[in-house]
Design a protein around this ligand. Structure first.
Ligand SMILES: Nc1nc2c(c(=O)[nH]1)N[C@H]1C(S)=C(S)[C@@H](COP(=O)(O)OP(=O)(O)OC[C@H]3O[C@@H](n4cnc5c(N)ncnc54)[C@H](O)[C@@H]3O)O[C@H]1N2
Ligand code: MOO
Length: 403
């Protein structure tokens, strides 16, 4: 199965949560809007000055030479001038102050010479300049923020700019999380010979936390079918989605598969992706189920490719952002065989000469979590491509952005 087919099937199968709630603006960051927010007030609410200077009639500006205008008053932000600016007059004005009646133009103070109640302006100024018009940012009735938007800091500002104190949002998505494998130990415990600490659950916790999800942790579930079935039943009763790692390939102890066949409807897919070929997707009770491969990098790559978009959709987010891809010059040689899309891990940066360059973060095995920890991007190698020689252009998908 191609990545695209798997992504489409998953997005088509999941449901957006129905319940909504209202939250205080202070708690709205990262939440998903459950309804359109329309503007009740125009921003700005009145024409105002973009500069400190003098408000005057555009018709009074000299075409050539200079003109002397009488200063008849002052308009400060929060304390407008109540009179009218007549011919040959002006008002001392400050940034953000309402334009006085009669005036339609502001000359910044650096371009004017003030002298005892009078000001001299020169030519080269344009009628209408330096004025911010009513509603030029937001007009009354316009959709300020649309349903399905995951709110960013500027959105909180937009809502506050409308005088809003509370906003309608979808309730938080609940996700149950567990890992499988008798070899796993909880951090803090003593590690037996051949054991390893459960790193997947913590990496997944981090990725889920970034999505603002309410997490129900079921810990490590050993290779015990009855226990797996019990956890699946409880998880499906408590959560909108279940995410697990391990036990999805073909090993004899991959009991998750049997437990799932008992508890729900799931498909076992082989996807043309590396790392992360084996993936399980389906439902257990009313919950969507995602069974990720156990290898730590495979678990993270498949989370980003398949689980994250699905959880965002379920949480009400729409449209989903299209992942950013750009070209960079690859400084490493990369091993690659045609047949799978590969998500190798890299560090991308400007080279100082106007180019973006990328190099791989060491060994690229799907168990090498260091390769992910040190990376700031995926190097995305297409399905049918072969090895990459240093100096070639490759597609890069950055992890970073403003936060
Ligand atoms: N004969 C085949 N063997 C394997 C295949 C295959 O197609 N045929 N696929 C390989 C690929 S690709 C992957 S990925 C893994 C996926 O296997 P599972 O999902 O069943 O994962 P496990 O066998 O349980 O574990 C794989 C690996 O990852 C380690 N692991 C598991 N859970 C965690 C955790 N929570 N934290 C840290 N590390 C974890 C585990 O110890 C194993 O080393 O199968 C290949 N085999
Ligand atoms: O998922 Mo596996 O190699 O593709 O780790």
């Amino acid at each position: 199965m191609t990545i695209e087919v798997a992504q489409t099937r998953i997005l088509d199968a999941v449901h957006v949560i129905a319940e909504t709630e209202t939250v205080d603006l202070r708690s709205a960051l990262g939440r998903v809007l459950a309804g359109d927010v329309r503007a009740a007030v125009a921003v700005p609410s009145a024409p105002n000055s973009a500069m400190d200077g003098y408000a005057l009639r555009g018709a009074d500006l000299p075409v050539s030479g200079k003109r002397r205008l009488e200063i008849v008053g002052m308009s400060r932000a929060g304390a407008p001038y109540s009179g009218v600016v007549g011919e040959g007059q002006c008002v001392r004005i400050f940034t953000g102050a309402v334009m006085p009646a009669g005036a339609d133009t502001v000359v910044m103070q650096e371009h004017a010479e003030a002298e005892a109640g009078w000001v001299v302006v020169g030519s080269g100024e344009k009628p209408g300049q330096n004025v911010r018009q009513t509603g030029e940012d937001v007009a009354v009735g316009q959709v300020v923020l649309a349903r399905g938007r995951r709110m960013v800091p500027a959105d909180l500002g937009m809502l506050a700019g409308q005088g809003a104190t509370r906003v309608p949002v979808y309730r938080k998505l609940k996700v149950a999380l567990f890992t499988t494998g008798d070899e796993l130990r909880e951090p803090g415990e003593v590690l037996p010979e051949g054991g390893l600490y459960d790193s997947n659950r913590y990496a997944l916790l981090g990725m889920l936390q970034r999505l603002g999800i309410e997490i129900r942790e079921f810990g490590i579930v050993g290779d015990d079918r009855q226990r797996l079935e019990a956890v699946l039943a409880q998880a499906s009763a408590e959560a909108d989605a279940i995410v697990s790692t391990g036990g999805v390939s073909v090993g004899e102890f991959d009991l998750l598969r049997e437990a799932l066949e008992q508890a729900g409807r799931v498909g076992f897919w082989k996807i043309a992706i590396k790392p992360g070929r084996p993936l399980t997707f389906g439902s257990v009770g009313g919950a969507a189920f995602f069974g990720l491969p156990g290898n730590p990098v495979a678990a993270m790559v498949t989370f980003y490719q398949f689980v994250q978009p699905a959880l965002r959709r379920m949480a009400g987010e729409w449209p989903l952002p299209v992942p950013v891809l750009f070209k960079a010059v690859c400084l490493s040689s990369l091993r690659k065989r045609p047949g799978r899309v590969e998500f190798q891990r890299g560090i991308v940066e400007p080279d100082g000469g106007g180019r973006m360059v990328v190099r791989k973060t060491g060994q690229q095995g799907s168990g090498i979590l260091t390769s992910m920890s040190q990376a700031n991007c995926f190097i995305v190698l297409p399905l049918d491509s072969g090895p990459v020689e240093p100096g070639s252009l490759v597609d890069v998908q950055p992890f970073f952005g403003l936060v």
